[in-house]
Design a protein around this ligand. Structure first.
Ligand SMILES: Nc1ncnc2c1ncn2[C@@H]1O[C@H](COP(=O)(O)OP(=O)(O)OP(=O)(O)O)[C@@H](O)[C@H]1O
Ligand SMILES: [Mg+2]
Length: 198
């Protein structure tokens, strides 16, 4: 397994949970995450998620069909972007360990009616900025869902998750960037409109 530069920014106590270069899952605090919005059984999934809420870590293990998914390539491409989870450890085609996005997903916030119009406007603004920064860097993010955008209402910070679908492209292709920006915001608006909260 490979430890990224970000791994060494974790507290010593967390770093020491991952000695050497082999993961001993039994000794870690990860608990399988059951997504209440996802009724597929584990055998139908491309990946299984485990969480360590105490240390804000997420472990994504790729199943047979998900081994070629783009998550690791995408996260490596996008490290340093403030809207993207930090990648700490990975083994290509096998698993990754990343930062747990703080806050709650936009889907939960909308369903629980715990968003003000002001906050929704702020989230939409940050979404526009994050799509621009991701597209400008030459990565196409094409799997936008309300459950993939997290909002930390205290820090007022959005985080985008799930990079399983997407591609690197030549960032000098301005027409691609323009297209991604326009389509992404249209898609965001149409998903939010389904909930009739405005
Ligand atoms: N970094 C993260 N921070 C917080 N929650 C996460 C994070 N990664 C995953 N989750 C939670 O786990 C759920 C499933 O993860 P994710 O969307 O990455 O995979 P998936 O949709 O099950 O698989 P696929 O790779 O097939 O798209 C998310 O909707 C979210 O609730
Ligand atoms: Mg997903």
């Amino acid at each position: 397994m490979i430890k990224t530069q970000q791994f060494y920014s974790l507290p010593q106590s967390v770093q020491s949970m991952f000695p050497g270069n082999k993961l001993n899952f039994d000794l870690l605090n990860f608990v399988m995450f059951k997504d209440p919005h996802d009724d597929r059984s584990n055998s139908d999934k491309r990946a299984i998620i485990f969480m360590d809420d105490l240390n804000n870590l997420v472990y994504k293990e790729f199943m047979k069909r998900g081994k070629s998914d783009a998550d690791i390539t995408a996260l490596l491409h996008l490290q340093g972007n403030p809207f993207v989870p930090k990648l700490y450890i990975y083994e290509k085609r096998d698993f990754l360990i990343m930062e747990k996005a703080p806050g709650e997903s936009l889907l939960d916030l909308i369903r629980n009616k715990s968003l003000t119009l002001e906050e929704l406007t702020e989230i939409r603004n940050q979404y526009e900025i994050l799509v621009k920064s991701i597209s400008d860097s030459g990565w196409s993010y094409v799997d936008f869902k309300l459950e993939h955008l997290f909002w930390d209402s205290t820090a007022k910070q959005a985080t985008l998750i799930d990079y399983s679908i997407g591609n690197e492209f030549d960032s000098s292709r301005v027409e691609i960037i323009q297209y991604l920006k326009e389509e992404s915001i249209k898609h965001f608006d149409s998903l939010v409109a389904e909930y009739n909260i405005l």
